[in-house]
Design a protein around this ligand. Sequence first.
Ligand code: SSV
Length: 140
Amino acid sequence: MREYLLRHRVTFDETNVVGNVYFAHYLHWQGHCREAFLADHAPGVLADVRSGDLALATVSCEMEYFAECFALDEVEVAMTLRRVRGNQVEMSYEFRRDGRMVARGGQVVSCLRRTANGVVPVRVPDELSLALAQFEAKAA
Ligand code: SSV
């Protein structure tokens, strides 16, 4: 499975009173990674989210932690496509420092359209489907 990678240098404002990264930041990094993916591979989808035509709603997320990270650590966030199921896209994440996995997680995003009667499911946008197809293939 091909990975989409985001590199992040941990900032002091992401650490807590004992010096390690506060757990919630790993979820922020999941978000940063998927946003960067859209910007790189499906910019039109990002535009539709901005304009309000499309809603990408996070319906679940998870995280497991194996080791602490600290300010100025270089963390690699590796996102892979777990599956597409109906209007939902499921991603897995591995967080690595010096090649060692420090945490792993996942999330499920629903594709929705806002209507007067609330949100309704829509198909995964074509541009996103095409981008995802490139990541279903084995790494070259
Ligand atoms: C602002 C906002 O709501 C953004 C939501 C972004 C959702 C992005 C989903 C991207 C899925 C990418 C999967 C790639 C697997 C390799």
